[in-house]
Design a protein around this ligand. Structure first.
Ligand SMILES: Nc1ncnc2c1ncn2[C@@H]1O[C@H](COP(=O)(O)OP(=O)(O)OP(=O)(O)O)[C@@H](O)[C@H]1O
Length: 359
């Protein structure tokens, strides 16, 4: 994706998917209530948690401001939550902004110059900051100083401005997009992984308790298994299943209720939704499992090329259901199994075609 392109900021055509990783309005309204408040409450991410715990404890023992922290990982894995925990653990206030909101170096200078000593500055999508702002940030991170340019042209002068020590917490979906000079200025880098089902089950239990929802262990496991390794999706599915349990049952989320509810919302046992299944079904049924070109596949499902490539495929690839090869998209044996279809030539005699088109 070209980050300088205005269209990159437009909502994704699949933005209202229940399994979308980006927060919608409803998510934002409830997420504040569901965020863990300290490292002890933060589920999973053992390595990052343990290392961060050491960094923060050491800073506290020295009476110093914590080193700058870079958090990388997919949306909805808890980067914002961790930044708030860092501030809370350091007993410091937090300021939250994002790369796209800082288009001019002056925007950044205004924020930096108003920070108080020890404050945490959370910069989400740090890879989308403008180049001049990025260059100003280098100096601010290293020397706690910025040069504010006053005037224009030959008469312009740089006025140095001292900053109080602060902790920058940068978040990015792709650490590889950051220029090395910026990456190198972080004292600690934590890579957030997708969550294991057992961890998501704990997230669901915790959220259910906070939302005052009755849930059985197997109900939480059912939701966790369909949440694509992402707490934000787990919390969203939990809210939809809660609605279903209230309307169709006695309000208690059991395994059956969770499965029935998510069938209504078309999120299958592995977390694939209608779009994912449409792509996979076309690949298997129309193209015999591939290889097929991306454009052809997109036409077959009636979606834009970009939607298939950027919205549907990453999860299918991660799940080992689809492979991107130089000759085109190819389904894996797991894809056939997941949709209950038999690859051509592998069925019982006479079952090939029937299996291919079986539901
Ligand atoms: N480890 C965790 N334990 C419990 N809940 C979590 C955890 N990580 C995330 N959550 C929950 O998931 C939701 C999304 O988390 P958060 O906003 O921190 O993600 P993010 O990585 O910052 O996403 P984005 O990149 O879109 O800003 C929050 O409501 C939070 O409560």
């Amino acid at each position: 994706m070209n980050w300088d392109d205005e269209s990159a900021y437009a909502p994704s055509p699949a933005a209202d998917r229940l399994v979308d990783t980006v927060a919608d309005g409803e998510d934002q309204a409830v997420e504040a209530a569901l965020r863990p408040k300290d490292l002890g409450e933060f589920v999973g991410q053992e390595r990052v948690r343990e290392q961060l715990d050491l960094v923060l404890k050491a800073a506290r023992a020295r009476g110093a401001t914590a080193d700058h922290v870079l958090l990388s990982g997919a949306p909805g894995l808890g980067k914002t939550t961790l930044s708030m925990i860092i501030a809370a653990e350091m007993g410091a206030p937090i300021r939250i902004t994002s790369g796209p909101a800082i288009q001019h170096a002056g925007d950044l200078a205004a924020i930096l110059s108003s920070l108080t000593e020890g404050e945490v500055l959370f910069l989400d999508e740090i890879h989308r900051m403008s180049r001049p702002a990025e260059e100003m940030l280098y100096m601010a991170m290293e020397d706690f100083r910025v040069d504010v340019i006053v005037g224009k042209g030959p008469g312009a002068t740089a006025i140095p401005l001292e900053l109080p020590p602060f902790t920058l917490v940068g978040a990015t979906t792709r650490a590889g997009l950051l220029p090395p000079p910026l990456r190198d200025r972080f004292g600690f880098t934590g890579h957030m992984e997708f969550y294991a089902p057992a961890e998501l089950q704990r997230v669901v239990h915790r959220s259910a308790r906070l939302l005052d929802v009755a849930i059985e262990a197997e109900g939480a496991a059912e939701i966790a298994g369909r949440s694509r390794g992402t707490p934000r999706i787990a919390n969203r599915l939990l809210r939809r299943v809660r609605d279903y349990a209230q309307v169709k049952a006695d309000g208690v989320i059991t395994r059956e209720i969770a499965a029935q509810a998510l069938q209504v919302y078309e999120v299958d046992a592995r977390g694939l939704d209608r779009l994912d299944r449409a792509v996979l079904t076309a690949l298997l049924k129309l193209f015999g499992g591939g290889p097929v070109g991306l454009s052809t596949l997109a036409v077959a499902v009636g979606e834009e090329r970009e939607t298939v490539e950027e919205v549907a495929e990453p999860f299918l690839v991660r799940e080992g259901l689809l492979a991107r090869t130089p000759r085109g998209r190819v389904a894996t044996p797991a894809a056939w199994a997941h949709l209950g279809l038999v690859p051509p030539g592998q069925g019982a005699p006479g079952a090939g075609q029937g299996g291919l088109f079986a539901e």
